[in-house]
Design a protein around this ligand. Structure first.
Ligand SMILES: [Fe+2]
Ligand SMILES: [Fe+2]
Length: 237
């Protein structure tokens, strides 16, 4: 007895041992590992800024540290060495914006950068990677995806009851950080395609996630869409 055919065609899986795949994976894997490590440090800094939620933030940071270890394992499994130097260069502007917000005592800015923007990107990217990941990376990615949703939720829960007081700073921060995040992505366009992710789809998925996050903290749907249109107008153009 044969199984009923699925209406959704299975995606064409990349050739995991092809040199072009491995070269692209080394850069994407580096970005993921360094990005997860950066998220770990951001959560530990947030824990110092928000002492009443210290334990929770340290727990979230520890999850990011585990993600970095698990994704490093994915690179090892494919025998690919991650390009961490490139990743550090690409992530530096976003990290700098987080540190600058911290120096200014702008807790809202720190939360928007890590818990909304970085987490929305992570959710969008891992969701699109999941169907084209190798068999070793797939369950790891699925588990990480569930964790990132929890991190996003932390930011939303903190910002929502303070919406009126923080909206202006959310917009100012997003206005600086979203274009920087999109520029990082456009630097990896060819590599994303090589591992099976369409860059425009990633931008679209990020927009969906960020729109939902903005609505979760108190924006109306139209207002959120207008803000996002402004921020993503030049994405990958
Ligand atoms: Fe993570
Ligand atoms: Fe996260």
């Amino acid at each position: 007895m044969s199984a009923a055919p699925s209406s959704v065609p299975a995606p064409q899986l990349p050739h995991f041992d092809a040199p072009a795949y491995r070269a692209a994976f080394s850069r994407i894997n580096g970005l993921v590992i360094v990005g997860e490590g950066m998220a770990d440090r951001h959560f530990r800094r947030l824990a110092a800024l928000l002492p009443e939620q210290r334990d929770e933030l340290l727990r979230l940071g520890a999850m990011e540290g585990r993600h970095a270890v698990d994704f490093a394992g994915c690179g090892r499994h494919l025998e690919v060495r991650p390009d961490n130097a490139l990743a550090r260069r690409l992530l530096a502007p976003l990290h700098e914006q987080f540190l600058e917000a911290e120096r200014q005592g702008d807790l809202v800015g720190c939360l928007v950068i890590q818990c909304l923007i970085i987490e929305c990107f992570a959710v969008a990217a891992y969701r699109l990677y999941l169907p084209v990941a190798d068999a070793y990376a797939r369950p790891i990615t699925a588990a990480v995806l569930r964790d990132e949703a929890e991190h996003l939720n932390f930011g939303e829960q903190w910002l929502r009851p303070r919406f009126a007081a923080v909206a202006e700073r959310v917009e100012a921060c997003a206005g600086r950080a979203v274009p920087v995040a999109l520029a990082m992505l456009s630097a990896l366009e060819a590599d994303l395609r090589a591992i099976g992710i369409e860059p425009q789809e990633l931008v679209a998925e990020f927009v969906v996630e960020f729109q939902a996050a903005l609505e979760a903290i108190g924006y109306g749907a139209r207002e959120a869409r207008r803000l996002l249109n402004r921020l993503t107008a030049r994405a990958l153009s």
